[in-house]
Structures are given as structure tokens and as C-alpha cells.
Design a protein around this ligand. Structure first.
Ligand SMILES: Nc1ncnc2c1ncn2[C@@H]1O[C@H](COP(=O)(O)OP(=O)(O)OP(=O)(O)O)[C@@H](O)[C@H]1O
Ligand SMILES: [Mg+2]
Length: 260
């Protein structure tokens, strides 16, 4: 059951670490905010947060979602308003995973945020692997964006994640192929089809490999400040497709870079 009719809740996951879940979550949020959408990002990487760094909001994160769940502060106090785009709102993850963060309490808090009517989308970033944070996120999400990099291990992990989330009742799963590199667009399309076949998950988008994205992640910069047209267009394409608009997969994407 969706927790809200107005707010779409999307979780970003893979049971493999380091495939780009947080990078994709942060930059897609910025791409959607640039198109006028209002997004609340919740970092659920309890105990190992890093979305605040990628977002460039580490110094602003005084409170976290754990403080709200444990009723130490009112829900609005945990929200950091992004200075670059007012459509972006962010809540950090707690440094430690407390057993007092229960699934019903998490559900109640996410529903309260959705019920404010302030957000078109709630994005939830989850840790690599299967465990409680992912289960919590799955219990409130309408959609799971499963991130996969084009390696055999990540593809197998994506397939397993898809099966796991379907068992948890997530109704809609979509694949984002990240860190895609070193092929002509024609060859890339062939590989995309084989990854869809292997994971048995419908595709929503492809993000090329680009060192600019690594530099940006370290500097807390998002696509509005990344000087790579390919990256900007890739996230814009996924943003349109997330909003239900038709958009060719590689729209405006030029040659893919070689891995260094
Ligand atoms: N498209 C890309 N091109 C190049 N580097 C990328 C791309 N996407 C992500 N990265 C880099 O890969 C690394 C891992 O990314 P990220 O932290 O987003 O992954 P994650 O799946 O959230 O990891 P974790 O499982 O630890 O939460 C980072 O250094 C990031 O900059
Ligand atoms: Mg992460």
C-alpha cells in the first residue's frame, strides 16, 4: 500500500556496496529539483552515512532521522534546506544504528513527512547489503531503484536484490545501470539488453562512468556544478523517465568514456 497518494517514495539500493547508490540518489534529486520537483532525501545508511558529504551538506547536518524517530526533535527540525535549489530537502542518517529505531516508528515518521504535502518525492538512500535499514525503506517505498554497475558481481547482486524486494512487497522495481564505460553507443545498447536479461528488472536509465562524478562527490558538488554534459544529460533523462515522460535512454549522451 502506498503511504501517500501525493508523494512517491523511491528507495535506492543494491545488496552490493559501492555501485553508486548514494551518488545516483543525490544527483537524480538535483536533476528533478531543476525540473521543479520538490524532493525530500532521507539517508538510511545508518551507522555509515555519506550522503551528506556527496550532497555538500555535511557541515549543516546537526540532527538526523534517528533524532526524529526517537522523538528528540520535531520532524521539521531534522530537515536541511539546500542552498542551491529550494526543491531539495535533506535528512542525515544517524552515526550509529540504535535498536530504538524500529520499523513502525520509521514508517510513522516517513508517513508524517509525506502527509505534509510538501514533497513530490521522498528518496531513501540505503546501505549496501540486505538488513534492517533496507527492510524499513522497503516497507514505505512504492518503487525501488536498483543500482547496478556493469560487473558480473554487481549484476548478480542486482538480480538478488530484485527478488528480495519483491518478497518484501515492493511493487515496482527499476534498474539504473551506473558507471557505464568504454563502448560505442551501439555496443552499449547491446550490453544494456544483456544486463536487463540477466537481472530480469525493467530499466529506467543509464549513467556513464565519469571521473568528474568522483571529484564532485568528494567536493560535495552535484550535477548543477559538474562540467560534464554526458552526466548532466544522463540524470536529466532519468528525471524525465521518473516523472513518467518518454525520453530515449541515451538522449543527448555522446561518446562514452574509457575506464582509467
Ligand atoms: N557514474 C560514475 N562514474 C564514476 N564514478 C562513480 C560513478 N558513480 C559513482 N561513482 C563513484 O563510485 C564510488 C562509490 O559511489 P557511492 O558512494 O555513491 O556508492 P554506494 O553504492 O552508495 O556505496 P555504499 O555501498 O558504500 O553506500 C564513489 O567514489 C563515487 O564517486
Ligand atoms: Mg552509499
Amino acid at each position: 500500500m502506498p503511504i501517500s497518494a501525493e508523494t512517491d517514495v523511491i528507495l535506492f539500493t543494491s545488496c552490493k556496496g559501492g555501485v553508486g547508490k548514494s551518488t545516483v540518489c543525490a544527483n537524480l534529486a538535483m536533476a528533478m529539483a531543476a525540473l521543479g520537483k520538490k524532493i525530500l532525501l532521507i539517508d538510511c545508511d545508518f551507522g555509515n552515512r555519506c550522503l551528506d558529504i556527496i550532497m555538500g551538506l555535511a557541515d549543516d547536518a546537526v540532527y538526523d532521522i534517528g533524532d526524529v524517530i526517537m522523538e528528540r526533535i520535531p520532524p521539521e527540525e531534522a530537515i536541511i534546506k539546500d542552498r542551491r535549489n529550494p526543491g531539495i530537502n535533506f535528512i542525515a542518517a544517524p552515526y550509529n544504528f540504535s535498536s530504538r529505531i524500529s520499523k513502525p516508528a520509521f514508517q510513522r515518521v516517513v508517513k508524517a513527512y509525506a502527509d505534509t504535502g510538501n514533497y513530490d518525492y521522498i528518496f531513501i538512500d540505503t546501505p549496501g547489503g540486505i538488513g534492517e535499514p533496507l527492510d524499513f525503506a522497503a516497507s514505505v517505498a512504492d518503487t525501488a531503484y536498483i543500482i547496478v554497475s556493469p560487473t558480473r558481481a554487481a549484476i548478480r547482486a542486482a538480480e538478488r536484490t530484485g527478488i528480495y524486494l519483491a518478497q518484501k512487497g515492493v511493487r515496482r522495481e527499476r534498474l539504473i545501470i551506473n558507471q557505464f564505460a568504454g563502448r560505442s553507443i551501439k555496443k552499449a545498447k547491446e550490453e544494456v539488453i544483456s544486463i536487463i536479461d540477466e537481472t530480469a528488472i525493467k530499466l529506467i536509465g543509464v549513467v556513464p562512468y565519469d571521473v568528474e562524478l568522483i571529484r564532485a562527490g568528494n567536493a560535495g558538488k552535484l550535477i548543477d556544478e559538474i562540467l560534464s554534459n554526458n552526466i548532466t544529460h544522463a540524470f536529466e533523462n532519468i528525471a524525465y523517465r521518473t516523472m513518467g515522460q518518454t525520453r530515449p535512454l541515451f538522449c543527448n549522451i555522446k561518446k562514452l568514456k574509457k575506464l582509467r
